[in-house]
Design a protein around this ligand. Structure first.
Ligand SMILES: Nc1ncnc2c1ncn2[C@@H]1O[C@H](COP(=O)(O)OP(=O)(O)OP(=O)(O)O)[C@@H](O)[C@H]1O
Ligand SMILES: [Mg+2]
Length: 241
């Protein structure tokens, strides 16, 4: 069971009307790694993440998550999802928001821990609407991880937060993977995505390439990730020449 990948995506196609949001994506995420989905606006990152939670179904292809079919009710409690737009209750306090998610998953005992991790313990009684944007991002992260998920899906978790806090988020992501959690994190920012163990480069719903930053750079024959992305985008199969 543990030897199966955390996420296995095979030939997934998803269309919205005439638009092919995902056009035959195949990739796999290993247990305990941070996998970055890097791609520009509209490349299909959110669509792919929503499929992993089972919110969307592929038109064709197959997705397994933690050894089960994506969307299988049995795995929802083992997955945490931080959406791109904060899904918080603005009229409730910080603690009440985390409490709500904890209650859904039967994880009330972890609320204080989750707040400590995102450094919001002092603001536990503040109403969410009165928090700064970055604090709301932190709270969203607390809500996504309060039940101790094996797989954490983070859709652009650090957009709009300052560099210091971004570094703290990553320190925390590393702590989680050291404890066995698998993380899939989307980004359209090269230097952020470059912190992941491995990356999938998405463009127009296609996976251009998959690998470590060093592997992607070597494949493109360049020495920085941005140049690699551009080079791999320019060739249909992501080939080096
Ligand atoms: N529910 C939907 N109905 C119609 N089109 C959709 C829907 N969801 C996504 N799309 C389209 O699918 C494509 C991929 O969108 P998606 O949200 O997955 O991109 P993204 O990589 O997450 O972009 P961003 O960086 O802007 O968040 C876009 O062209 C988008 O307009
Ligand atoms: Mg998105």
């Amino acid at each position: 069971m543990e030897s199966t990948p955390a996420v296995d995506i095979q030939g997934v196609v998803k269309t919205f009307g005439a638009l092919r949001a995902l056009d035959g994506v195949t990739l796999s995420v290993r247990r305990g790694e941070i996998f970055g989905l890097l791609g520009p606006n509209g490349s299909g990152k959110t669509t792919l993440i929503r499929m992993l939670v089972g919110l969307l179904r592929p038109d064709s292809g197959r997705i397994s998550v933690l050894g089960r079919a994506a969307g299988d009710a049995g795995i929802l409690g083992r997955v945490g999802y931080m959406t791109q737009k904060a899904a918080l209750y603005p009229d409730l306090s910080v603690r009440e928001n985390v409490d709500f998610f904890a209650a859904v998953y039967g994880a009330r005992a972890r609320v204080a821990d989750a707040l400590r991790v995102v450094e919001l313990s002092e603001r536990a009684d503040s109403v969410v609407a009165t928090l700064s944007g970055g604090m709301q991002q932190r709270l969203s992260l607390a809500c996504a991880l309060v039940h101790g998920p094996e797989l954490l899906l983070l859709d652009e978790p650090t957009v709009g937060i300052d560099p210091l806090l971004r570094a703290e988020f990553w320190t925390h992501f590393r702590r989680l993977t050291a404890a066995g959690t698998t993380i899939v994190v989307s980004s359209h920012v090269m230097d952020e995505a470059g912190r992941a163990d491995r990356l999938g480069l998405l463009r127009f719903g296609r996976l251009l390439a998959e690998g470590t930053v060093a592997e992607l750079e070597a494949r493109a024959g360049v020495d920085d990730l941005e140049a690699a992305f551009l080079r791999l985008s320019a060739t249909p199969e992501g080939a080096a020449t």
